[in-house]
Design a protein around this ligand. Structure first.
Ligand code: FCB
Length: 450
C-alpha cells in the first residue's frame, strides 16, 4: 500500500499510452497532407532499416476508431498523440488544410466519447519539409511559425482539449538531427545545433503564450527525454564527455524553459544566438514536467562527430532490450528524483517502455514476458519514488501500438498491441492485459488535489 504523505490526498492518477503522428498515422499522401522532413529522410538511401517509410505505418488515420476502442479495453484514462504539422498546414504556414484538421476532430471526439482524456503534443519531430527548405529550426523564424501553428490548434481544439505539450524530446531531435546523425533533417554541424536549440526554446515559450491566451483551463508542459549520463570508463576524457552530453541532453531545454538560463557548460556557446529578452520569452509558466525515460547513457570521448562524444557500452551484466538499450529500473528512480529536485514541477511520465522481438502464436496470442518484467520493474521504481516524495501524477506507456521506430523502421516493436504489418491487424499482447490489470488494481496513488 502507498499511503499518502501528509500534504497530499489520494485522487486520480493518470494512466495513459503515447504515440506520435509520423510513427502511426500513414495516409502520407492523402487528403492534402504536405511533406514532412521524415518523408524526405526515409527516401535517403540506407538511412532506415529495410528501406521502411511511414507511408502506411499502422494506418491509424483510417483505423483510429479501432485504436480508441483498444484504449477503452485497456482502461487508460488518457491518450497522448501528436498532430502532424504538415497535415494541417501543408506548407507549415499559410493555407490551412481543412481535411487534416477534420481528422483530429474525429479522433478527439472519439476519445472524449470513450472517456479518455486527449493529451495533444504539438510537435513530435514532424516538421513540414517546406519549413526545412527555409532552414527549419536553425532559422529563428521557425519559433514564430510554430507559435502560429499552436494558435491554429488552440482555436480549433481548445474547446475539447485542455492538455497540451509543446515539443517532444527537443534534445533528441536537435542532437541527432542537427549534429550527431541518425535523424531527419540529417545535418551535422555544431553551430546549426546551437541555433536549433535556441529556436526550439523560443518556439516553446511562444506556443505556451498562445495556448494560455486561447484555451480556457489549459494545462501545459513540454516533454523532456531525461537519462542519466554516466562515463563509460573512469578516463578523464570519458568523464568530460559525459558531462558535455548531460548539459545538452538533460539541461539545454528544461534549464532555460524553467530556470531562465542555459546550463553553465553551454552558456558561452549559446550566447551568440541570443537577443537580450530571449530568456524571458522562453521561460513561460507551465503546469507540469513531461518526462520520457528509457535508459541511462554510458558516454565515451570520440572524434566521430563535432561534439566529440559517443555512446559506449553499459557495464557488463546489465541486461539490454532488442534496441540494445540497458535495462536499469534504478536509473528511472534516480532521474525522477533528480528532475523533481531540480525543477520542482509535478511530473507526468509521458513515455516509458521497451522493444522486444514479439512473435504471435497461431491462436493470435502474443506472449511478451520480458516487456511485462520491464514494466513491472520500472513502475515499481516509480512507485518507490512517489513514496519517497516525488510528485509523479501520471504514467504513459510507449507505446499503444508497434510502430515506425525512426531509423529502425518496423524492425523494433514497442507496442502493447502487436501490429501485423501486411494486414494492419491489431493483436493485444500479454503486456496489454498486464497493464490493464495494473490500472484496475493499483490502489489510489498519492496525487495532490490542487
Ligand atoms: C523516444 C521517442 C519516441 C519513440 C521512443 C522509443 O525517444 O520520443 O518517438 O521512438 O523513443
Amino acid at each position: 500500500m502507498y499511503a499518502a504523505p501528509p500534504a497530499r490526498s489520494p485522487s486520480r492518477f493518470t494512466w495513459g499510452v503515447s504515440t506520435s503522428s509520423y510513427q502511426i498515422e500513414g495516409a502520407a499522401n492523402e487528403d492534402g497532407r504536405g511533406l514532412s522532413i521524415w518523408d524526405t529522410y526515409c527516401r535517403l538511401p540506407g538511412k532506415i532499416a529495410n528501406g521502411d517509410t511511414g507511408d502506411i505505418a499502422c494506418d491509424h488515420y483510417h483505423r483510429y476508431h479501432e485504436d480508441v476502442a483498444l484504449m477503452g479495453e485497456l482502461g487508460v484514462n488518457a491518450y497522448r498523440f501528436s498532430v502532424a504539422w504538415p497535415r494541417v498546414l501543408p506548407s507549415g504556414r499559410g493555407a490551412v488544410n481543412e481535411a487534416g484538421l477534420a481528422f483530429y476532430d474525429r479522433l478527439i471526439d472519439a476519445l472524449v466519447a470513450a472517456g479518455i482524456e486527449p493529451w495533444l503534443c504539438l510537435y513530435h519531430w514532424d516538421l513540414p519539409q517546406a519549413l526545412q527548405d527555409l532552414g527549419g529550426w536553425a532559422n529563428r523564424d521557425c519559433a514564430q511559425w510554430f507559435a502560429d501553428y499552436a494558435d491554429l490548434i488552440a482555436r480549433r481544439y481548445g474547446d475539447r482539449v485542455k492538455r497540451y505539450a509543446t515539443i517532444n524530446e527537443p534534445c533528441v531531435f536537435t542532437l541527432f538531427g542537427y549534429c550527431l546523425g541518425g535523424q531527419a533533417p540529417a545535418i551535422s554541424d555544431r553551430a546549426m545545433l546551437l541555433r536549433a536549440i535556441h529556436h526550439v526554446n523560443l518556439g516553446h515559450g511562444a506556443a505556451v503564450d498562445r495556448l494560455r491566451a486561447l484555451v480556457a483551463g489549459a494545462s501545459l508542459g513540454a516533454i523532456h527525454n531525461c537519462q542519466p549520463c554516466r562515463p563509460a570508463t573512469e578516463k578523464p576524457e570519458d568523464r568530460a564527455a559525459a558531462e558535455t552530453l548531460d548539459a545538452y541532453w538533460n539541461g539545454a531545454f528544461p534549464d532555460p524553459q524553467l530556470r531562465g538560463s542555459y546550463p553553465p557548460a553551454l552558456a558561452d556557446a549559446m550566447a551568440p544566438y541570443q537577443k537580450p529578452d530571449d530568456l524571458a520569452l522562453i521561460r513561460r509558466p507551465v503546469d507540469w514536467f513531461g518526462l520520457n525515460h528509457y535508459s541511462a547513457h554510458y558516454v565515451v570521448a570520440s572524434d566521430r562527430n563535432p561534439l566529440g562524444l559517443w555512446f559506449g557500452p553499459a557495464p557488463a551484466g546489465v541486461p539490454r532490450s532488442s534496441m540494445g538499450w540497458p535495462i536499469e529500473p534504478a536509473a528511472f528512480g534516480e532521474i525522477l528524483t533528480t528532475m523533481y529536485a531540480r525543477y520542482g514541477l509535478p511530473i507526468y511520465v509521458l513515455e516509458n517502455g521497451t522493444a522486444y522481438a514479439d512473435k504471435p502464436q497461431p491462436d493470435g496470442a502474443v506472449p511478451d514476458e520480458p516487456r511485462i518484467s520491464y514494466l513491472q520493474a520500472y513502475t515499481a521504481a516509480m512507485f518507490d519514488a512517489i513514496e519517497a516524495g516525488v510528485d509523479v501524477r501520471g504514467y504513459f506507456v510507449w507505446s499503444l501500438l508497434d510502430n515506425f521506430e525512426w531509423g529502425s523502421g518496423y524492425s523494433q516493436r514497442f507496442g502493447l498491441v502487436y501490429v501485423d504489418y501486411p494486414t494492419r491487424r491489431r493483436l493485444p499482447k500479454a503486456s496489454f492485459r498486464w497493464f490493464g490489470q495494473l490500472i484496475k488494481t493499483r490502489p489510489a496513488l498519492p496525487v495532490p488535489t490542487a
